[in-house]
Structures are given as structure tokens and as C-alpha cells.
Design a protein around this ligand. Structure first.
Ligand code: HAM
Length: 423
């Protein structure tokens, strides 16, 4: 037997319905705020991620699926979506469109990570990017869209944490103090952090090694070493959120594991999954597009881990999606086969899900099958019914049945399903 690649998942029905529904809600809410889907390649030149996510990040240094194509070009399966959006923005001249540009995306990302619950090597993200607005109001909008989406799914226990990373100009000052504080323990840092010490000390802050985390915990948080403008920016974001009654918590240690961020950064955690399992991450990245060769365009956005989101979906949403009613259409005898499919067509046109018995089972076996697929009603069609232009509709929960004129079957079934779900 050939097995799936480690870290990838088969998402089977009916679980897959949750994915379809979550994505439909995302498209509706994001679309409502003006964010339209951008569909980008899964394959990008490796250099794109090295220059955006950053050479010394875990993602680029350890987790990318990178390979040479047949012509020897280095390609990478995208580990995240923001870099691709920035590339597409520059390459397609999207700066010519009315600004700001609002785009959304969803789809698979790839990171070679150690497998555990909620951490996969192929996982899906749902995200938005707002490009061309430097204001705190833009960050507030992005968080409002996030909050609206999560609320629509029925979440009420998720926590949004924010922090201020300051501007790139603030970094040398921060790094100097940070290194001074850490110097006495420098030798205790892991081998990766030894390398980061000179190459990119900010990345020591998100090292996952226990000892490094302990050492870093005692240093001055980055938010305390930011310019007046950066401080005012993130405070304005917090005030904007407060006036929209969107609760957020300050987390001075939050740094995020990607190089392109500045000023506002945020994450969403679920009490159900614990603090270390982040459902969503995002923030402002005003220098990314220019660093990749485009013009100076500020931007902000987020990406939700869809796999993790689905693991903690509120029960009412899950039930509503998974308990979707269906109808079994059971023909008796060969002559009824096409008529049964015609009834299914009629039902589906009315928005009622209907599955037809197509395996020539006996009626008794057909009822058994209808039970197994969880059908709420069965529509039974024999030669007599066809001749009379009618069908028998059986309520499988109550065990009652009635003969109904064909054209009235959809309406009848609809009422039956509605009354069953009330009881
Ligand atoms: P990120 O924090 O690297 O940010 O990823 C966003 C989310 O993707 C995480 O919060 C997590 O839920 C999910 N995720 C990441 N790795 C895995 C994994 N191995 N298995 C399952 N889920 C995972 C970004 O990717 C940024 N591009 C977000 C962003 C958009 N910033 C601005 N705009």
C-alpha cells in the first residue's frame, strides 16, 4: 500500500464539509469588506522567500521544500502567502489600481516541521492583505475583518494579542541593549542562536529551544525600545479596536517568526489549544514590497491556519454543517430508475440534498442504506406511483408516510425536514 507523505492529510467527507463552509464564510465576510481573492502559484523562486521571510528564520533555514527543477532553477513550495502577494503586486503593476488594494487568499502552504497536533507539513492558510495604507486605521480594519470572520463562525473565546516591533530604524538601539543584557549568558544559547547573534539577533527572540526561551524572558521587551511614532501608531490601533469593542491583549514578548514585520504585530490564540498553538498571525510590513524591488508601499494583513481553526470550531457551527439533512430516493423496479433520478434533480434544484439508490438493491436494503447515510426522508417510486404521477414520501424519523403528487414532493420534503429539525 502506498501511504501519504508524512505531514500531509486526507480530508475526508463529511469533515471536508467544514472546510468548504469555513471557506464560504471567509469569502463572504472578506468579500463584504472588499477583499477579493487572488490565486497565486504554489511554486515560487526560492529567492522570494529568502529575501522576504528572511534567511535566518526557522522557515527559510530549516523548513522549506526547496528543489532544483529540470533546468537547475531553485524553486520552493510556498511556506506562506504574503511574499507571493508582494511579488504579484509588483509583477502585475497592481499599484496602478485604486489604492489601497484589498486581496484575500486561501490554499495550501508547505513547511517541513516536526509533526504534532495542529502542525502539519502541508497545511492551509486563509488570509488577507491590505496594501497601500500606512495608517493605524488600516491595521484596525484588518483586525476588524479577522474578528468579524471569527465571530461569524461562532467563536467567543479566542484571544487577540498585539505587540509593537517598532521601525527598522529602532532595531540597532534595541539590539544593542538586548545583546548587552544577554552577553553574560551568550555561551548558553543554542548553536542556531550563536549564528543569529551576528546575523539576525531579533530571531533569537523566537527560538523554540527551552534554554534560549528562558534567557530571553528576562531581557527588555522590544516594544519598550521603539520610536515615538511607532509607539503612537500601535496605541492608535489599540484605541481604534477598543472603540469597535474588539478586545485585545498586549503581549510585550510577541515577535513573530518572520523578518518583514514592523510596528503592529498580532496573533490569535485559543484557550482550547494552549498558548503555543497560534490560530492566526499577522502584522504590518511596510518595507517588504520595496525590499523586493517595488515602490515604497505600506501594507498589513494576516493569515489564519485553517487546519487549526477547524480543530477548535465552535460546536453549533460544526453541528449545523455536519447535520445537513439529506433525502434518499428509492426506485422500485427498473422502470422507476430514471424517474427516481428526475425526482432527485427536482429536489436538488430546490436546494434539497438528495441521493438516489442506483445499485438495484431491494427496497428493504434501500431503507437500510438510507438509514446509514442518515437520510431524514425517503422518496419511494414504484410503477403504480409513476402511473399516478405521485411518489411516497416517508419520514424516516417518525416512520410515517404519505403519497404526494410529484410536483409537490420538494415542498412536502422541505416541510418535513423543517418539522423534524424542530423536534
Ligand atoms: P505565520 O504565523 O507563519 O504567518 O502563519 C500563519 C498561521 O498559519 C499560523 O498562525 C498557524 O495557524 C498557521 N500555520 C503555520 N505553520 C503551520 C503548520 N505547520 N501547520 C498548521 N498550521 C500552520 C504567516 O504566514 C504570514 N504570512 C501571515 C501574514 C499575512 N502576515 C501579514 N500578512
Amino acid at each position: 500500500m502506498i501511504r501519504k507523505v508524512k505531514g500531509t492529510r486526507d480530508i475526508l467527507p463529511p469533515e471536508s464539509r467544514l472546510w468548504v463552509e469555513v471557506e464560504a464564510v471567509a469569502n463572504r465576510i472578506f468579500g463584504g469588506f472588499g477583499y477579493e481573492e487572488i490565486r497565486l502559484p504554489l511554486l515560487e523562486p526560492t529567492e522570494l522567500f529568502v529575501r522576504s521571510v528572511g534567511e535566518d528564520t526557522d522557515i527559510v533555514s530549516k523548513e522549506m521544500y526547496t528543489f532544483a527543477d529540470r533546468k537547475g532553477r531553485s524553486l520552493t513550495l510556498r511556506p506562506e502567502g504574503t511574499a507571493g502577494v508582494a511579488r504579484a503586486y509588483i509583477e502585475n503593476g497592481l499599484g496602478q489600481r485604486p489604492m489601497p488594494l484589498r486581496v484575500s487568499y486561501l490554499g495550501p502552504m508547505f513547511r517541513y516541521e516536526k509533526m504534532q497536533r495542529g502542525r502539519y507539513r502541508q497545511f492551509a492558510q486563509i488570509g488577507i492583505e491590505l496594501i497601500g495604507a500606512a495608517t493605524p486605521q488600516a491595521d484596525v480594519e484588518v483586525l476588524l475583518v479577522l474578528h468579524s470572520f471569527l465571530t461569524e463562525l461562532g467563536f467567543d473565546d479566542l484571544v487577540i494579542v498585539v505587540n509593537n516591533l517598532g521601525d527598522p530604524e529602532d532595531r540597532p538601539r534595541f539590539i544593542e541593549g538586548f545583546k548587552n543584557e544577554l552577553e553574560p549568558h551568550r555561551a548558553e544559547l543554542c548553536a542556531d542562536c550563536q549564528r543569529r547573534w551576528d546575523a539576525n539577533p531579533l530571531r533569537i527572540l523566537d527560538c523554540k529551544v527551552e534554554r534560549c526561551r528562558e534567557l530571553v524572558a528576562d531581557t527588555t521587551p522590544v516594544a519598550e525600545v521603539v520610536s515615538e511614532e511607532a509607539r503612537a501608531h500601535v496605541e492608535a490601533v489599540e484605541n481604534g479596536l477598543a472603540s469597535l469593542e474588539i478586545p485585545v491583549q498586549r503581549s510585550p514578548r510577541l515577535v513573530r517568526g518572520i523578518d518583514y514585520y514592523l510596528r503592529t504585530v498580532f496573533e490569535v490564540v485559543s484557550p482550547k489549544l494552549g498558548e503555543n498553538t497560534v490560530i492566526c498571525g499577522g502584522g504590518r510590513y511596510d518595507r517588504l514590497i520595496s525590499d523586493l524591488g517595488g515602490s515604497q508601499v505600506p501594507a498589513t494583513g494576516f493569515a489564519i491556519g485553517e487546519d487549526r481553526l477547524i480543530e477548535v470550531l465552535p460546536e453549533p457551527f460544526r453541528r449545523r454543517v455536519l447535520d445537513r439533512p439529506t433525502v434518499a430516493v428509492l426506485p422500485i423496479g427498473e422502470k422507476a430508475n430514471s424517474a427516481a433520478l428526475a425526482i432527485a434533480r427536482l429536489l436538488v434544484r430546490q436546494g434539497i440534498s438528495a441521493q438516489t439508490e442506483v445499485t438495484d438493491r431491494s427496497l428493504k436494503a434501500g431503507f437500510k442504506w438510507a438509514g446509514k447515510i442518515g437520510a431524514q426522508a425517503a422518496v419511494i417510486l414504484g410503477e403504480d406511483e409513476i402511473a399516478a404521477g405521485s411518489a411516497i414520501v416517508r419520514d424516516l424519523q417518525r416512520g410515517e408516510q404519505e403519497t404526494v403528487a410529484l410536483e409537490e414532493v420538494p415542498g412536502y420534503v422541505e416541510r418535513l425536514i423543517a418539522s423534524d429539525s424542530e423536534t
